[in-house]
Design a protein around this ligand. Structure first.
Ligand SMILES: NC(=O)c1ccc[n+]([C@@H]2O[C@H](COP(=O)([O-])OP(=O)(O)OC[C@H]3O[C@@H](n4cnc5c(N)ncnc54)[C@H](OP(=O)(O)O)[C@@H]3O)[C@@H](O)[C@H]2O)c1
Length: 321
């Protein structure tokens, strides 16, 4: 009986893989895309997004992450969910960035514009709330200390209101060399004596491990950790460290599965997002759930960590393609 309950608890708490729509909802994104000849029309992207969402659901994925700045990411996800009526989908979105490239191929300049004002929150919430009741997580998109969003009482109060009215979990996403400081600051914020943030979406992978201690502490406090950029936007496929290749051969999987398994075995977060663009990539990513890494392998993988500033400087140089 005890074994049965432990098994149930394990299944309940174990890390799951979710699907992010960053690469699925707009024709150009910052990944290391090798395939230059894909059809970039909106209808072709919509077909692919629906096929990916259906495949993901069939493969057991229930957590879907999107944002207004992922082009049509929110509307594709909303339409797919309305059509399929899955009762167990968990939808997550964000506010704070606006997609401005308007599906123009080769658009010069930033494809998304950041604005962490109360006005932007109210404007984007009006659209995102149409995903209720399947929408479960609402996040500040890329909160930084510099943007002042964590000190903007009007914004924090509005998020608290949304939380109280809808039961949504409120979260934030972070990027950049200061992720740990943002997480520490945000996790201490209380509105009316209640902690505001329940979910933190963070970059953590074999190359960028600087948040490990902070994330472990947050998990102990019962916060939900969602990991993004688990394969470093595809960067692990270029100049792949020999250790990743060796482990991939040993476990008969790709280097992406090794990188994602590293996250699961070291941190055991709530969700690790797959940013897959094709069904084959998704199936390869999901192989991360089919094996475990030994403690010696994990120790060796820990040594792949690079200097945090260098990691983020390189990330900044990725082009939209
Ligand atoms: N909050 C934020 O600011 C933020 C930022 C980034 C991401 N996210 C979320 O996190 C999700 C995942 O992050 P991500 O998409 O940036 O990063 P990722 O998972 O590290 O990288 C995904 C990319 O890696 C490549 N890839 C994946 N599996 C592959 C395979 N088996 N073989 C070859 N290439 C493979 C694909 O790139 P190609 O398209 O080049 O083939 C894919 O688009 C996003 O969809 C989004 O939901 C949030």
């Amino acid at each position: 009986m005890a074994v049965f309950f432990i098994a149930i608890l394990y299944i309940w708490y174990m890390t799951k893989i979710g699907l992010g729509l960053a690469a699925l909802g707009r024709p150009e994104y910052i990944n290391i895309r090798d395939e230059k000849n894909i059809d970039k029309s909106e209808s072709s992207f919509k077909n692919n997004a629906f096929e990916m969402l259906n495949a993901a659901y069939q493969l057991g994925i229930r957590y879907f992450d999107t944002a207004p700045s992922y082009g049509k990411g929110e509307s594709f996800l909303k339409e797919w969910q309305k059509t399929t009526q899955h009762s167990d989908s968990i939808l997550a979105t964000k506010w704070g960035y606006t997609y401005v490239a308007n599906w123009q191929l080769g658009y010069k300049g930033a494809h998304e514009v950041k604005e962490h004002s109360l006005e932007k929150l109210v404007e984007q919430w009006e659209v995102s709330k149409e995903m209720l009741p399947d929408l479960k997580v609402y996040q500040i998109h890329s909160a930084t200390l510099e943007s002042g969003v964590l000190e903007n009482n009007k914004v924090l109060k509005k998020l608290s209101e949304i939380k109280n009215e809808t039961g949504l979990q409120i979260g934030l996403t972070t990027s950049g060399p200061n992720q740990s400081r943002v997480l520490q600051e945000a996790s201490s914020i209380k509105i009316n004596n209640h902690y505001l943030f329940d979910v933190f979406q963070v970059t953590y992978n074999v190359l960028e491990q600087s948040t490990f201690k902070t994330l472990s502490d947050l998990i102990k406090l019962g916060k939900k950790i969602v990991i993004k950029e688990g394969i470093a936007n595809g960067r692990i496929f270029k100049n792949t460290p020999p250790l990743l290749t060796d482990l991939a051969t040993k476990h008969n999987v790709g280097v992406d599965a090794i990188a994602l398994r590293f996250i699961i075995d070291t941190l055991q977060p709530y969700i690790v997002l797959s940013g897959a663009f094709t069904q084959n990539q998704l199936q390869e990513n999901l192989k991360a759930l089919s094996f475990e890494l030994s403690s010696d392998d994990l120790k060796d993988l820990t040594n792949l960590n690079v200097n945090t500033d260098n990691y983020w400087n390189e990330r900044k140089q990725l082009s939209w393609n």
